[in-house]
Design a protein around this ligand. Structure first.
Ligand code: KIV
Length: 270
């Protein structure tokens, strides 16, 4: 099986489709690594699908370190990327310090949301020799300012800004670029214009790869599901069925025992 290094991820551009999925713990990482998934992201979507927060802005460095460590214990051959959480990369010094924490926890690279506005932080992380994945389009860590999740790149200004930021991140030596909720023709244009693989989520099929929150794909978080997701199974419903069957099996066994005891108790003494 292939070991997915940052160089191999870059070299796959234009040659093969790159599937990527999120992981938050040891069994999920081991399961997806056994399938040979090239890139696994310990995403800060952790906040919603595991920790029960309304959005990613509540996730801390401690949370991310804890879950990157758990995923890394599976020793994946997949490229294991750790998300830098909200407000963990406000300055270059803080960005490098926190990126090192995630790498020490076992990540192979870190992912940051944004382009030129976080240019000094990305430059400092790259100068420290840490591989980076970019993230443009709808940035979930900006949900409080944005108010809602929406498609980006429909206006001329947004389009130009996304093209410029993608080129900028490419020049910074990122290993791959996540494009979240980007207008689909623009996604294809960005994909053609940069040297590293683009990995789309809700951005159409013009990317080099696709990423999804694994819980959305298998239905382990059915209470909120983004519009673009088409789950392949409904695991929560199946687990609820299994638990219900287990309860019913024991309930009927206990009922039978009670009935037997009652009928013995009510027999008159000989
Ligand atoms: O946190 C996350 O899961 C992500 C993906 C949705 C790209 O950033």
């Amino acid at each position: 099986m292939v070991t997915w290094t940052p160089d191999l991820i870059k070299a796959s551009k234009g040659k093969e489709f790159l599937p990527a999925l999120t992981v938050y713990d040891y069994p999920m990482t081991r399961m997806l690594d056994e399938l040979g998934i090239p890139m696994l992201l310990v995403g800060d979507s952790l906040g919603m699908v595991v920790l029960g927060y309304p959005d990613t802005t509540h996730v801390t460095m401690e949370d991310m370190i804890h879950h990157v460590r758990a995923a890394a214990r599976a020793k994946p051959r997949s490229f294991l990327v750790g998300d830098m959480p909200y407000q963990s990369y406000e300055t270059s010094e803080q960005a490098v310090r926190n990126a090192r924490h995630l790498m020490d926890a076992g990540a192979h690279a870190v992912k940051l949301e944004g382009g030129k506005e976080i240019g000094t932080q990305i430059k400092a992380i790259r100068n420290a020799g840490i591989p980076c994945v970019g993230h443009l389009g709808m940035l979930p860590q900006h949900i409080l300012e944005e108010g809602k999740y929406r498609i980006k790149g429909r206006t001329e200004d947004e389009k130009q800004s996304l093209l410029d930021n993608a080129a900028f991140l490419d020049s910074m030596g990122i290993s791959a670029l996540v494009l979240e909720l980007v207008e689909s023709e623009l996604t294809a244009e960005i994909t053609r214009s940069i040297s590293v693989p683009t990995i789309g989520i809700g951005s159409g099929n013009g990317c080099d790869g696709q990423i999804l929150v694994t819980h959305d794909l298998v239905g382990t978080f059915p209470w909120f599901r983004p519009k673009f997701v088409q789950p392949k199974m409904e695991a929560t419903r199946l687990m609820q069925q299994a638990v219900q069957e287990w309860c019913n099996d024991w309930e009927s066994l206990y009922q039978k025992q009670r009935n037997r005891r009652e009928s013995t108790d009510s027999k008159p003494d000989a």
